[in-house]
Write a protein that binds this ligand. Structure first.
Ligand code: SF4
Length: 219
């Protein structure tokens, strides 16, 4: 995956960001490649976000690592007993996840954090191949509507029958799919949501508690 250059617009952007950098990270050599999933490959919870941040995952090479979204997410995972520390600053910083794996439908940092539908479509092959290596997933926690849609499309490609009408994303929404994992929605952990109070620590704590219940229900 990390050698993929299939989306010219994203390749250009991820490399341009790495060349220009921002002042506070000027000493860094940016990762500037697709970012693979991270976590416990035997985890029962799969978190699907959106895409690496330009100066977060695109810099550090690890999902939600080195940015404010990650600060919020990993602190919550730590409180839930799913991480061994609340911070995530760089690869090899000692962070370990337990019973959870984190991935994204788009592996390269997109301009304005907005991948195009064609880019999501192209990158879905990586999602399918990665999830195929995670045999114990019982609940998929989708961060935002794009993650939710990507999870549904992935399950459909696996041959599972989705409920009709197609389930809509909502914070706290749950969809059960026969023969597959439960799907649970949560607002994305972006600063746009966490700085405005749309998503609070208490709200994500409640969602993670629900996810753990669903993991046990469907075990
Ligand atoms: S977004 Fe996905 S498909 Fe496109 S270049 Fe990156 S890894 Fe490849």
């Amino acid at each position: 995956m990390i050698e993929c250059r299939a989306c010219p617009r994203l390749v250009t952007w991820r490399e341009e960001v790495a060349r220009v950098k921002v002042r506070r990270f000027r000493e860094w050599t940016y990762w500037a490649r697709p970012v693979p999933g991270f976590g416990d490959p035997r985890g029962r919870m799969l978190i699907i976000g959106l895409a690496p941040a330009a100066h977060g995952g695109n810099r550090t090479g690890r999902m939600f690592t080195g940015d404010r979204s990650g600060d919020f997410l990993y602190a919550a995972l730590d409180r839930a007993g799913l991480a061994n520390q609340p911070t995530s600053v760089r690869r090899h910083d000692g962070l370990k996840l337990s019973d959870v794996f984190i991935t994204a439908p788009c592996r390269c940092a997109p301009p304005a954090n907005k991948p195009l539908p064609s880019e999501l479509e192209r990158c879905s092959a990586w999602l399918d191949r990665e999830v195929a290596l995670l045999p114990r997933v019982r609940v998929v926690l989708a961060l935002g509507a794009i993650g939710w849609g990507a999870a549904l499309s992935h399950l459909q490609r696996r041959g599972l029958t989705l409920p009709r009408p197609r389930p809509q994303f909502g914070h706290g929404a749950v969809t059960r799919i026969t023969g597959g994992p439960a799907l649970l929605g949560c607002y994305h952990v972006s600063q746009q949501n966490t700085n405005t109070g749309k998503l609070t620590p208490e709200m994500i704590d409640a969602v993670l508690a629900r996810a753990k219940e669903l993991m046990d229900e469907t075990a």
